[in-house]
Design a binder for this molecule. Structure first.
Ligand code: RP5
Length: 171
């Protein structure tokens, strides 16, 4: 698929089951990506190097997911001019609310586009939309994806009308 356009970074391998949703979405839309484990706290030098080199290596956006005291997306955003999408991961005692607050409450000047807790699929779509802003072919693929969502709603609506609620729920 060529050189990666999106970097998917996660704080730990325990984030991988969630972050794979972003990779799956990018694959569906035909976008090359790379996946990296790094950590703002456990591997700060590696994280800084990755963020600093990302634009020069041709990446167009970074998706960064972390749980707990989730500083990974913000630290990366502070060291690159690429758009950074943060994914709060549901983990530990606070079930992702800690990560959500840590990622979304960035100081003015350093934005991180934050998706829902465990919302890695939307992070993939948003990265595609960022790339699509300057790429008509990519925009076409996103339009087709949205049309498929609408078609799915129509199909469910038609089934419900035909079957009624009881049969629908037991089918
Ligand atoms: C964060 O701490 C990671 O992003 C992960 O969500 C969480 C737990 O990490 P592990 O202890 O599972 O490695 O930095």
């Amino acid at each position: 698929m060529g050189d990666p356009l999106v970097g998917i970074v996660m704080g730990s391998d325990s984030d991988l089951p969630v972050m794979k949703d972003a990779a799956d979405m990018l694959e569906e839309l035909g976008i090359a990506y790379e996946m990296v484990i790094s950590s703002a706290h456990r591997a700060p030098e590696k994280t800084a190097g990755y963020a600093r080199d990302a634009a020069g290596r041709g990446l167009k956006a970074i998706i960064a997911g972390a749980g707990g005291a989730a500083h990974l997306p913000g630290v990366i955003a502070s060291l690159t001019v690429l758009p950074v999408i943060g994914v709060p991961i549901k983990s530990g005692a606070l079930s992702g609310v800690d990560a959500l607050y840590a990622i979304v409450q960035m100081p003015a000047g350093i934005p991180v586009a934050t998706v829902a807790i465990n919302g890695a699929k939307n992070a993939g779509i948003l990265a595609a939309q960022i790339i699509g802003a300057g790429d008509p072919d990519m925009r076409g693929r996103i339009e087709k994806y949205k049309e498929s969502l609408a078609a799915g709603v129509e199909e469910k609506d038609a089934r419900l009308r035909t079957m009624g609620a009881e049969k629908y729920l037991s089918s």
